[in-house]
Design a protein around this ligand. Sequence first.
Ligand SMILES: *Cc1c(COP(=O)(O)O)cnc(C)c1O
Length: 458
Amino acid sequence: MIKAFNRRQFLQTATQAGAGAMAVRYAALAGILSSASGPNLFAAETGKPAKLGGQPVRTTPFPAWPVIDEREDKAILDVLHSRKWFRGDGQVVNHFEDAYLQLTGAKHCVATANGTSAVIAALGSLDVGPGDEVIVPPYTFVATINAVFMHHALPVFVDTDPDTFQMDARKVEAAISDRTVAVLPAHVGGGVADLDTLVEICQRRKVALVEDACQAHLAEWRGRKVGTYGAMGCFSFQASKNLTSGEGGAVITNDDELAERLYSFQNNCRARKTASFNFTYRGTRGANLRLTEFQASLLLVQMTRLEEQSKTRDANAAYLTEQLRQIPGIIPAGQHEGCTRSSHHLYMFRYQKEQFAGLSRSKFLSALSAEGIPCSGGYSPLNTETFIQNNFKTRAFQRVYPPEVLAGWVERTRCPVNDQLCLEAVWFTQNMLLGPRSDMDEIVAAIKKIQTHAAELA
Ligand SMILES: *Cc1c(COP(=O)(O)O)cnc(C)c1O
């Protein structure tokens, strides 16, 4: 079977190779791509790296994201013509919240404008404020930390478990002080932080557990959805996420009081409307962090594909891991034994250059991209970012935190394991797991090819 070129690729190939050479090249590519594991893929593995002028293993794009069809058109147009675009006028955000709590098994769901505001609202509903400490992972999207800073609280980092890329739950207790009010693990990549240990510590030490599950839609711990283990679980529906409306977010909780505090926090302190026209204020503070009816309408349609997409990712990720484990120097991220389902928001592995003739990670990433496999090096260590020290110099921080707390912070929050992980990690995005199994074979072939030619590429 010959994979069809789209017009842009056709033009690119034509300009690169010239029309005559292109025919030859096209035939060669068709051969390479014609079978997943036959002799042609072997040729792809052993041929000259694309970085050195050879044929790339892959020339077709991975599946586009998000997936849409005419149902999304209708979802948007229905809201448009209803003229009810704001959740206070319509019912669509309410319907989405109901559907999302069905999906997660939580008792309450409050939608928010995005995942960052979900975490801000969760911490706000606990009255996290200046002088408080919140325990966070360094291996996460920066929003986890920003949400803490938006409340003028102090993030205290604990190191990462290199096998799972998750917050190392065994190191959390030592980071708790008398100022600690919450532990905020992020379930990164779609895997799950060690919730058995985190729940136990938080209960015993009487601090709130808030799960940043922004990457972990449908992920489970011991058969139960993540986000339901902590006091609250926060989700994102930003464009890159496994469930998306471009921007969007939600917090789930089983606690009736927290649910009302969350609601008023995202609604400028206004409580849910009762029968009367007048509204009442509730809680302590808030902002407008509301989801729109348009976003909720999109999410309701996107949700109908979530389970099937997730099954495809599960199967492809399991197969890819089985293959990559056989390559020396490639160590796929593992899961804690309690993680019974991953969302595979990212496919993550560690790259050990010693097994690749000393080829640096950045050269590996560049060679792999040249083979038609998009990849990145993932997060940099957040605990050493300069914006944190800038924040410590602000009037508010200088006034609130004793000098010895700020002075001792760097030493207290060193994360050497994470520093090393950030040098070794390689990521693929979730949409790359949505195609056929042969896509996984091409990823593997590209990595093997680079390993074979590592010395020339170094
Ligand atoms: C995406 C993400 C967020 C923030 O979500 P937005 O919707 O982009 O605001 C927070 N935490 C983690 C771990 C994320 O991946």
